[in-house]
Ligand binder design. Structure first.
Ligand SMILES: Cc1cc2nc3c(=O)[nH]c(=O)nc-3n(C[C@H](O)[C@H](O)[C@H](O)COP(=O)(O)OP(=O)(O)OC[C@H]3O[C@@H](n4cnc5c(N)ncnc54)[C@H](O)[C@@H]3O)c2cc1C
Length: 377
């Protein structure tokens, strides 16, 4: 059960009606065809759904963290694709929020708002996802510019982004302490889009390789100081984790709702399958996971709003919710029998979509490294 304010309820209702009308009728086809529905996502952007974490002065909705959590959960309930596209734009924003100047904040949102409405967070490279210090992309200072060379892989929104928040090494001898973040406009010469990934799930998101070849950016596009990149990235991922948990919670709630609905309709041995205690207990277990995932991400958002430490709780929330979502979706398939396994019903998609939530924004092994690190401090 979510305790929402009137404003949050109204936004969630608006999202539900948008999703029912614009996304649901075509979702299966887009998923099947690995199609990124740019034209429909842009309609969502007109409602502010890509920028509700952006301050009002930069054209966003300027909502608080709890409202953002409720919105991400609601989007996840209907389509993890739009939710991830939006959370990624706001992921790219966070290093600028934490380390950027007022001019950089304006530049970032001007680029997003005046373009198609997407940003990308370009950190991962072929040689290192979890091991951020292994970043090979280099940024070399030449007068008032930096020249960036390197390749980033698995970049969400990468093919459609108006702006990249790219992490490069300005001093390879310093490892993590040599990393620096840059705002890089999409139309700078030297940027090219490589391979588009053919994924198991979240097939309505765009995941590509982004190559930087002698890309020149003005020195004032550097976010913070040289060497601040790692710190900014870690802070960013900390803050984004409860939102990933919120999306996952929405997906799990949807899988549970679909299973309950089906169990009331399906009759075997002369009775509805919801009358079987074996399935009732499965549904109870699923609900326990959904409710605890929700309470945990709301708790993290509470800590954030009260300016209390939240690193450990954010990692718990992300790891717990994302693992629960896959389990809940799998149980939903089981309750729905053979039909649950078919593309005609939405639960197999939730199951496929859910797995990657355990991998990105820090794998769930990395979350455990964070949690144990906090315990042993
Ligand atoms: C669909 C998708 C979208 C993505 N979007 C983005 C994006 O927009 N931007 C971006 O920058 N990245 C993105 N990523 C990349 C993602 O963040 C990385 O895949 C993730 O961080 C893991 O890195 P890796 O794939 O290199 O795996 P590796 O780091 O090679 O890990 C392999 C295995 O080793 C384990 N492991 C690694 N280190 C440790 C450790 N210290 N302790 C215990 N276990 C460990 C991991 O948990 C994993 O099981 C995306 C990935 C996917 C699949």
């Amino acid at each position: 059960m979510r305790l929402l304010t009137q404003e949050q309820k109204e936004i969630c209702e608006m999202i539900a009606s948008f999703m029912e009308k614009e996304i649901k009728p075509n979702l299966q086809e887009w998923d099947h065809e690995n199609h990124f529905p740019d034209e429909v996502y842009r309609k969502a952007h007109e409602l502010g759904l890509n920028a509700f974490e952006a301050p009002e002065e930069f054209g966003g909705l300027g909502l608080d963290h709890k409202s953002a959590g409720a919105i991400y959960e609601q989007m996840g309930y209907y389509d993890s694709g739009l939710a991830l596209t939006s959370v990624t734009t706001n992921l790219a924003w966070k290093p600028v929020l934490f380390g950027g100047t007022e001019e950089q904040k304006k530049l970032f949102w001007d680029l997003v708002m005046n373009g198609r409405g997407y940003a990308s967070f370009a950190l991962t490279e072929p040689g290192g996802g979890s091991d951020v210090a292994a970043t090979r992309t280099k940024a070399v200072r030449e007068g008032d510019e930096y020249v960036i060379n390197g390749a980033k892989c698995f970049i969400t929104n990468g093919g459609f982004a108006d702006v990249y928040l790219a992490v490069a090494s300005t001093d390879p001898s310093k490892g993590a302490k040599g990393l620096t973040a840059f705002i890089v406009e999409r139309d700078r010469p030297g940027i090219s889009i490589g391979k588009e990934e053919d994924k198991c799930g979240i097939r309505t998101t765009n995941t590509v390789e982004v190559v930087f070849e002698d890309v020149r950016v003005p020195a004032d596009h550097r976010v913070g100081q040289e060497g601040d990149g790692f710190k900014l990235v870690m802070k960013t991922l900390d803050l984004s984790r409860p939102f990933i948990a919120a999306i996952a919670t929405g997906m799990a709630q949807r899988a549970l709702d679909e299973a309950i609905k089906y169990s009331k309709e399906r009759v075997t041995f002369g009775q509805q399958i919801c009358k079987f205690e074996a399935l009732q207990f499965m549904m109870a277990d699923m609900d326990m996971k959904v409710e605890t995932s929700r309470q945990m991400y709301c708790h993290v958002l509470d800590l954030i709003e009260k300016h209390l430490p939240f690193t450990k709780e954010a990692a718990i929330s992300k790891a717990y919710a994302t693992e629960c979502t896959t389990q809940v979706a799998e149980s939903a398939i089981q309750i729905m029998g053979g039909y649950g396994y078919m593309r005609e019903y939405p639960v197999e998609k939730i199951w496929r979509d859910s797995k990657v939530f355990q991998i990105f924004e820090g794998t769930n092994q990395v979350q455990r490294v964070v949690i144990s690190g906090q315990l042993l401090r």
